[in-house]
Ligand binder design. Structure first.
Ligand code: AMP
Length: 539
C-alpha cells in the first residue's frame, strides 16, 4: 500500500518562490572589489534572478544545458545560483584558481554554453578562451561595464521582462548544478547534483546539529561559491531567509574580520587555513574586533586541528563546528556536534571529539571497509569510508574513469581512511594515498600534522611518506614556522612524543616558507612528494 501524501517535487525554484513570498525585506550584502558594500534585498534578488532566467531562456538553450560561472561570493553569482536552475538549466561553478588548460578541459568536458565571469577574473579568459566553444561570455560587474569585446551581465538581464517568468514545473531529479572534483588523482570529474539533492542538503545543513542556522541569523560563507556551492550555504540561507553577507574577492583575514564585525554575522564557514590566519590575528590583538554576535564557525575541507578548536573557544569564546564532506556529496556528510553523553565528559574528551569529523547527517549512511571486510565501530580499526544517501553522487558526469569509486551494492568509496567509534563519530585518519606504511603498520599523516600544528611555533605542517629500504616508508614532516618563532627538530619530536609511539615519529623535519596547496586550499601532497623526491633519510 502506498502512502497518501503528495508527490511534491523538491526543486530550487520552490526555494526562490519562498524567498519571494516571505523574505522580500531581508538583506543581501556584498563586498565589492573596491571594498565598498553593495546592498539590496531579497526582493531585488528574486526579481533579478527571474530576469536572468528569462534572458537565458531567450538564448534558445535547451533544458539541461550548462551555464558556467567563474566568480567570487557575490550577489550576481547568487542570482545565477537560482536563476540558472529556474530556467531548467544547470549551473556549473568553476574554480578560478585552476590553470587555464584545466579550466578549458572542464568547460569542454561539461560542454558549457554560457560563461558568467567576474570582472576581476576577466584576465583569466586569455588562458582558455581560444580553446573552448562558448556561445556567450557575460561579465559580472557592479558598474554594469564590461571589458572591451565582452557583454555585461547587467546589459544582458536589463531588457528581460520579469513578468514573463513562470515558476517552472521541474522533476526533482532533473540536474540543477555541476561541480568538478579538484582532481588530486586523475582528471577532474563532474558531480552533477539534482534539485532534490540540493534541497535535501539545504535542510540537512541548516539543522541545529549541523550548521544550526535560522531566519534570525546573518550568515557569511567564506567558503567560495566556486567550491562545492559554498557547502550549500547560499541555497540553505535563501531557503531560510537569512541575511546574507558575501565577501567578494576580499578573502584576507582582516577584511573578513571587518565584515564579520560590521555586519554582526552569526554564522560563517570556511577551510582551516582561513581560520588559522584569523586566529593568529585575534591572538595578537584580542580586543580589536567585536565578534560577540558570532555564534558558530563551520570548519571543514581539511581537518580542523584540535589546537585551533581550543584556541578559538578558550581564548576568544568562539565556537567551531567541524564538518566533513566531499564534492561527491554536495558536500556536507558529517558534523562534529556533541551528543548529550559527551557533554557529561571532561573538557579534554569533548575537544578530542570535536576534532573528529563527526556524525553522519540524517539519510547519509557510513561504513568503513578494511582489508578483511567492514571494520568494527571501535574507534581503532581503520578502513576506507564508504557512504550512501540522497545527496551522494551515483556516478560521475560522462566519465567512465572513476567508475571503480562506486561499489556494486550502491555505495560511494570516498578514498578517506577512517575509524568509526561506538558512538558513530567518524575520524579521518588519512587519504588512502597519503598514509605512511611503515613496516607493515599504517601511520596517519593527519594525526601527526594536527599534533604538530598544536605546537606554539608551528603555523602549518604536512607529513609525507619517504621510501625507506628497511621499513618501506617513513614519515617526513614539512613545517612552516610562525613568524618570529623558532623550533628545532628535537623540540618538535619531543612535542610529538607525548601522543605518539616512537615508531610513528617523523624521521626528519624540513622547514619551508610555504606548503603547496590545491586550488581549493588543501595541502597538495603530490607536489610535496615531487619536491622531496629522492630525499635521503638517515638509515
Ligand atoms: P573536496 O571534494 O575538494 O571537497 O575534498 C574532499 C576531501 O577533503 C575529503 O575526501 C577529505 O579527504 C577532505 N576533507 C573534507 N573535510 C574534511 C575534514 N573535516 N577533515 C579532514 N579532511 C576533510
Amino acid at each position: 500500500m502506498q502512502g497518501l501524501t503528495m508527490d511534491y517535487q523538491l526543486t530550487l525554484p520552490a526555494l526562490l518562490k519562498r524567498a519571494e513570498d516571505l523574505f522580500g525585506k531581508r538583506e543581501i550584502v556584498t563586498r565589492l572589489p573596491d571594498k565598498s558594500f553593495h546592498r539590496y534585498t531579497y526582493k531585488d534578488f528574486v526579481r533579478r534572478s527571474k530576469k536572468l532566467a528569462i534572458a537565458l531562456g531567450e538564448l534558445g538553450l535547451e533544458k539541461g544545458d550548462r551555464v558556467a560561472t567563474l566568480a567570487w561570493n557575490q550577489y550576481q553569482h547568487l542570482e545565477a545560483y537560482f536563476g540558472v536552475p529556474s530556467a531548467g538549466l544547470v549551473i556549473h561553478t568553476i574554480n578560478p584558481r585552476l590553470k587555464g588548460h584545466e579550466i578549458s578541459y572542464i568547460l569542454n568536458h561539461a560542454d558549457d554554453k554560457v560563461l558568467l565571469i567576474d570582472e576581476t577574473m576577466a584576465p583569466l579568459l586569455a588562458g582558455f578562451k581560444d580553446d573552448v566553444n562558448l556561445e556567450r561570455i557575460l561579465v559580472f560587474s557592479a558598474s554594469g561595464d564590461a571589458p572591451e569585446g565582452l557583454q555585461s551581465y547587467e546589459d544582458f538581464i536589463e531588457g528581460a521582462d520579469e513578468s514573463k517568468f513562470e515558476y517552472p514545473t521541474l522533476d526533482e531529479n532533473d540536474a540543477a548544478a555541476l561541480c568538478y572534483t579538484s582532481g588530486t588523482t586523475g582528471r577532474p570529474k563532474g558531480a552533477l547534483y539534482s534539485h532534490r539533492c540540493l534541497c535535501i542538503h539545504s535542510l540537512l545543513v541548516s539543522m541545529p546539529d549541523a550548521f544550526g542556522i535560522s531566519i534570525k541569523d546573518t550568515v557569511l560563507p567564506v567558503v567560495p561559491m566556486f567550491h562545492v556551492n559554498a557547502w550549500g550555504i547560499p541555497f540553505a540561507a535563501t531557503m531560510i531567509g537569512c541575511k546574507q553577507v558575501m565577501p567578494g574577492p576580499h578573502m584576507d583575514p582582516e577584511s573578513l574580520l571587518d565584515a564579520l564585525e560590521r555586519e554582526k554575522v552569526n554564522f560563517t564557514a570556511g577551510v582551516p587555513t582561513i581560520w588559522l590566519g584569523i586566529l593568529q590575528i585575534l591572538d595578537k590583538d584580542p580586543d580589536k574586533y567585536d565578534l560577540s554576535n558570532l555564534h558558530a564557525m563551520g570548519v571543514g575541507g581539511s581537518a580542523a586541528p584540535e589546537a585551533m578548536i581550543r584556541g578559538f573557544e578558550e581564548r576568544h569564546g568562539l565556537h567551531i563546528i567541524h564538518a566533513w564532506g566531499m564534492t561527491e556529496m554536495a558536500p556536507v556528510g558529517t558534523a562534529g556536534y556533541l551528543t548529550p553523553d559527551l557533554l557529561e565528559e571532561p573538557e579534554d574528551v569533548q575537544y578530542k571529539y570535536r576534532a573528529k569529523q563527526g556524525i553522519q547527517l540524517p539519510f547519509v549512511e557510513v561504513r568503513a571497509r578494511g582489508d578483511e571486510g567492514f571494520v568494527e565501530w571501535d574507534g581503532n580499526a581503520m578502513g576506507e569510508l564508504e557512504v550512501r544517501g540522497p545527496t551522494v553522487a551515483s556516478s560521475y558526469y560522462e566519465s567512465p574513469e572513476g567508475a571503480d569509486k562506486f561499489t556494486d551494492d550502491g555505495w560511494f568509496r570516498t578514498g578517506d581512511v577512517v575509524s568509526i567509534d561506538p558512538r558513530g563519530y567518524v575520524e579521518i585518519r588519512d587519504r588512502d594515498k597519503d598514509l605512511v606504511k611503515s613496516g607493515g603498520e599504517w601511520i596517519s599523516s593527519v594525526d601527526l600534522e594536527n599534533s604538530l600544528m598544536g605546537h606554539e611555533a608551528v603555523a602549518e605542517a604536512a607529513v609525507i611518506a619517504i621510501p625507506h629500504p628497511k621499513w618501506d616508508e617513513r614519515p617526513l614532516a614539512v613545517v612552516v614556522l610562525k613568524e618570529g618563532k623558532n623550533a628545532t627538530p628535537d623540540e618538535l619530536r619531543e612535542h610529538l612524543e607525548t601522543s605518539f609511539a616512537k615508531w610513528q615519529l617523523p624521521d626528519a623535519f624540513e622547514f619551508v616558507d610555504e606548503i603547496p596547496r590545491t586550488a581549493t586550499g588543501k595541502f597538495l601532497k603530490r607536489a610535496l612528494r615531487e619536491q622531496f623526491e629522492g630525499y635521503e633519510l638517515a638509515t
